[in-house]
Design a protein around this ligand. Structure first.
Ligand code: IMP
Length: 181
C-alpha cells in the first residue's frame, strides 16, 4: 500500500461538496417519495453512506454484488450477479448507486436485471464516470465527477482490495495497473 505511487485527483472537501449537491438534487427530484437505494458492493458503500445521509427524503437500502471477469483492469463483458437484492422493488422508486462507470457493462446488466422486477422508476447515480471508455452506451442520471482514462482508488474504490478506506480519490500510475492480477 505504501509503495503504491498515486496522486490526488479529488480532495476530501471537493467530494463532500459534490455529494451534498447531488443529494440535494435527488431530494428535490423525489420529494414526497420513499426511495429504495441499491448499492453495488463493494465500491459504492462509502459514497452511498454519505449520499443517503445528505438526502432530505426517506429511503430504504439494499445491496447487490456483481463480478465481471476479464484480464487486469479490463472487464471482458461477462458480468455475473453474485448477491441479489433482498427487497421487493415492484412498483417502487429505485436508485442504483455505483462507485464508477467504466465500460458500462456492469450497469447495463444490472439495470436490465432490476427492470424485470417492474419497479415504478429506476435511475442510476454514480460517483465517477469514465465516459470515454464505454464499450456499450450508458448514461447515468446523476454523476459526481467525470474523468478521463486512468485507474483511481480511495473513497470506496480499490486496487486489489487496497486503498478503499482513503477519504480522497487518487489516480495511480498506469504501469502498476498493467501488472495487476
Ligand atoms: P464497468 O462494467 O466496466 O463499467 O465497470 C465498473 C466497475 O469496474 C466498477 O464498479 C469498479 O469495480 C471497476 N472499476 C473500473 N474502473 C475503476 C477504477 O479506476 N478504480 C477502481 N475500480 C474501477
Amino acid at each position: 500500500m505504501d509503495k503504491m505511487r498515486k496522486e490526488i485527483l479529488f480532495p476530501r472537501d471537493a467530494i463532500q461538496r459534490r455529494v451534498q449537491e447531488i443529494a440535494g438534487q435527488i431530494s428535490v427530484d423525489y420529494k414526497g417519495h420513499e426511495l429504495i437505494v441499491i448499492g453495488i458492493l463493494k465500491g459504492a458503500f462509502i459514497f452511498m453512506a454519505d449520499l443517503i445521509r445528505a438526502m432530505s427524503i426517506p429511503c430504504k437500502v439494499d445491496f447487490v454484488r456483481v463480478a465481471s471477469y476479464g484480464v487486469s483492469s479490463e472487464s471482458s463483458g461477462k458480468v455475473v450477479m453474485t448477491k441479489d437484492i433482498e427487497t421487493s422493488i415492484k412498483g417502487r422508486d429505485i436508485l442504483i448507486v455505483e462507485d464508477i462507470v467504466d465500460t458500462g457493462l456492469t450497469l447495463t446488466y444490472l439495470v436490465n436485471w432490476l427492470k424485470e422486477r417492474n419497479p415504478q422508476s429506476l435511475k442510476v447515480c454514480t460517483f465517477l464516470d469514465k465516459r470515454k471508455r464505454r464499450k456499450v452506451p450508458f448514461e447515468a442520471d446523476y454523476v459526481g465527477f467525470t474523468m478521463d482514462d486512468g485507474f483511481v482508488v480511495g473513497y470506496g474504490l480499490d486496487f486489489n482490495e487496497q486503498a478503499r478506506f482513503l477519504p480522497e480519490v487518487y489516480i495511480i500510475e498506469q504501469e502498476q495497473v498493467e501488472v495487476r492480477g
